[in-house]
Design a protein around this ligand. Structure first.
Ligand code: NAI
Ligand code: MG
Length: 361
């Protein structure tokens, strides 16, 4: 048959990562079953994460990144659990994959779902939505630095954590943001730095932004310092369309955005290698939430929304749209987990999304 088979590497990870990825896969399987043989997913599971680390002394296999190259996409839960230092788990798995596979663009939409209690008091909140474009390969997460310099100690230790900005790194993410803006209703890119204080790397970023913007005369531009941007998220979100920022700044702003939209639990994201040389990775914005892990109450929407981003990336555009509609329909009808003021559990939300998939068709 002409069935398209997509090979997915599944990394549930730790804590609620496992609970929400299981649900996302249920949705994907449902879509495949309903596709009349048009497409299917073949999932391989990788047990990497903190438990794996405690047993094996490493977060993933040495050739893990190599193994992942065989797949069409990676579906990721979350990583991090008490007992393993967060910098070990993050660097050993998520950052190792993002940087190892050169997934240099991290896309994080901020969307306000119907029926979810508003934390943002804005007249246009029904129609607001913007998208964060996070530089995902360098910047403050370059890992350049060190500690334990000789001769220091006894309370005098010194640590250096440098941010790395390359002209090529800045240019590709800024260009990505402009190209993305061209696909949106309002064509606007806001660049976020802190170039008054970060006078080397972020001044370079600003210069590249000014240069690239000349090639996109049809796209409106704005430049903001990150502290002012945090305020703008709350006070003037109607000014936001595509927001491009460094690795750290966009990480922080995306939590702010998802909290404004109701909860970290509903925010989706895609770590893309836009050239398509390596597989891209799809994961919610939130972490492993040890405080609610194992209770079956985690909000699966962020991870299921990330599956929608994956469908879109794999060329299943209609299915992606359908899934987003089904998610909206689910919250609109009042199917909400505890983090957004409801009482439904993880499985019930997924069941509702699956049911709504056939209603929105
Ligand atoms: P977190 O995102 O795990 O949790 C923050 C708060 O939001 C918690 O109160 C949690 O219960 C709530 N929350 C998050 N996701 C939710 C969901 N789907 N449904 C309902 N409530 C949800 O961030 P935190 O607590 O700072 O970090 C916990 C662990 O996760 C750490 O080990 C951290 O390093 C790791 N982490 C991993 C990330 C990743 O794998 N991409 C991203 C962020 C943190
Ligand atoms: Mg984060």
């Amino acid at each position: 048959s002409a069935e398209k088979k997509f090979r997915i590497a599944v990394i549930p990870g730790d804590g609620i990562g496992k609970e929400v990825v299981r649900e996302g896969l249920r949705v994907l399987d449902h879509l495949a079953n309903e596709s009349n043989g048009q497409f299917s997913f073949e999932s391989d599971f990788f047990p990497w994460g903190c438990e794996y680390y405690l047993e094996n002394g490493k977060m993933m296999d040495e050739d893990g990144v190599e193994k992942l190259k065989d797949y069409d996409a990676i579906y990721f839960g979350a990583v991090g659990f008490p007992g393993v230092p967060d910098h070990v788990s993050l660097w050993g798995l998520r950052l190792a994959i993002c940087q190892g596979l050169d997934q240099w663009a991290n896309i994080r939409p901020v969307e306000f779902l119907p029926g979810v209690p508003r934390r943002l008091n804005h007249p246009d909140v029904e129609t607001l939505n913007w998208i964060l474009v996070r530089e995902n390969s360098e910047g403050e997460y370059s890992g350049v630095g060190g500690r334990n310099f000789s001769g220091r100690g006894n309370g005098n230790e010194v640590a250096v954590q440098s941010a790395l900005f390359t002209e090529q790194g800045c240019e590709r993410i800024i260009r990505y943001a402009f190209d993305l803006a061209r696909t949106r209703k309002r064509k606007k890119v806001t660049s976020v730095t802190k170039s008054n204080a970060q006078q080397y790397g972020m001044v370079l970023w600003d210069e590249v932004f000014a240069r690239v913007s000349k090639e996109y005369p049809d796209v409106e531009t704005d430049q903001q310092l990150v502290d002012a941007m945090a305020a703008q998220f709350v006070l003037h979100p109607e000014e936001l369309e595509v927001v491009v920022a460094s690795n750290l700044f966009a990480d922080i702003l995306s939590d702010l955005g998802s909290a404004l939209a109701g909860s970290l639990g509903i925010a989706a994201s895609a770590n893309l290698n836009p050239e398509g040389c390596t597989p891209s990775m799809f994961e919610s914005v939130h972490g492993s939430a040890p405080d609610i892990a194992g209770e079956g109450i985690a909000n699966p929407i962020g991870t299921i929304g990330s599956a929608a981003l994956m469908l879109d990336h794999l060329g299943l555009k209609e299915e992606a749209k359908l899934l987003n509609k089904a998610i909206e329909e689910t919250t609109r009808k009042g199917f909400l987990t505890r983090d957004i003021g409801g009482t439904h559990n993880t499985v019930e939300i997924t069941d509702a999304i699956i049911e709504n998939l056939s209603m929105v068709k």
